[in-house]
Design a protein around this ligand. Structure first.
Ligand code: TMP
Length: 237
């Protein structure tokens, strides 16, 4: 597999073309960003931890019948993935109130949500990822009605799989963000699943073990990611 030119540089990952037109390389960098790129820092080993974490989670999801973008791990910081046409919306499921939900609705952080909630956000840093609904998504042509239904179904299926996986590791899956794309007409889970894009709390102490440590300046960011990885049995180098 030959790595070719850079296709896109995101806030934490770089995407490269390869000699195979159907495959891309995702490079997980140490850059850590919050508040739509307003706060950025380099955290040693974060790229390696997130790349291996993502590979572990995507493999569990594939085993559960969820189609993902992942092909294989290439190195500490790189994974080979299928080339997708990305849908520019983020799918967020929340099991427990935190983050923007708490700010928006003035509800108490930590309240269990029954049923878990689902929200769409437009991927647009300049606009601070505004919340959108199914009408906006269809009216602006970001996805079809059928793709919207499939994104909701798959995002909740991921919840069933991962809630129990994290529970067995003594962790609460508070909320998470997924992105989807299309490959050969099929809706496929893309991007990443790492502690950069979800909230994970220790089940006993409720200690935050995700990117909120960075957002809130709590320190020990990569240490927390390593702790989660170790509890799940993710092989780190
Ligand atoms: P929020 O509480 O800020 O809306 O975020 C909900 C979850 O989605 C949280 O786990 C963080 C994740 N998320 C991202 O990873 N990137 C984003 O751009 C947004 C809006 C949320």
């Amino acid at each position: 597999m030959e790595k070719r030119s850079e296709l896109y540089r995101g806030k934490a990952k770089t995407v490269y073309q390869t000699d195979d037109p159907n495959r891309l390389i995702l490079e997980f960098r140490n850059d850590t960003s919050a508040f739509d790129g307003e706060k950025v820092e380099q955290l040693d080993d974060k790229g390696m931890v997130n790349n291996r974490f993502n590979h572990f989670i995507m493999t569990r999801l594939e085993e559960a019948g969820i189609p993902t973008q992942l092909d294989r791990l290439l190195s500490d910081n790189e994974s080979l993935v299928k080339k997708l046409d990305m849908i520019p919306v983020e799918c967020v499921v929340r099991n427990v109130a935190a983050g923007s939900l708490v700010r928006r609705l003035g509800v108490e952080e930590g309240k269990a949500l029954n049923p878990p909630t689902f929200e769409f956000f437009l991927k647009n840093d300049a606009l601070h990822d505004p919340m959108v609904n199914e009408y906006h998504i269809q009216a602006f042509g970001w996805a079809t009605k059928e793709q919207i239904e499939q994104m909701k179904t798959l995002t909740f299926k991921v919840n069933a799989v991962l809630k129990s996986l994290f529970e067995q590791a003594g962790l609460i899956l508070v909320d998470y963000k997924l992105e989807f794309g299309v490959c050969d007409g099929e809706l496929v889970l893309g991007d990443e699943f790492t502690p950069d894009g979800c909230r994970l709390w220790d089940a006993k102490t409720r200690e935050k073990l995700d990117k909120d440590r960075f957002r809130q300046g709590l320190g020990g960011v990569v240490e927390a990611y390593r702790e989660v990885a170790q509890r799940l049995g993710v092989q780190l180098s």
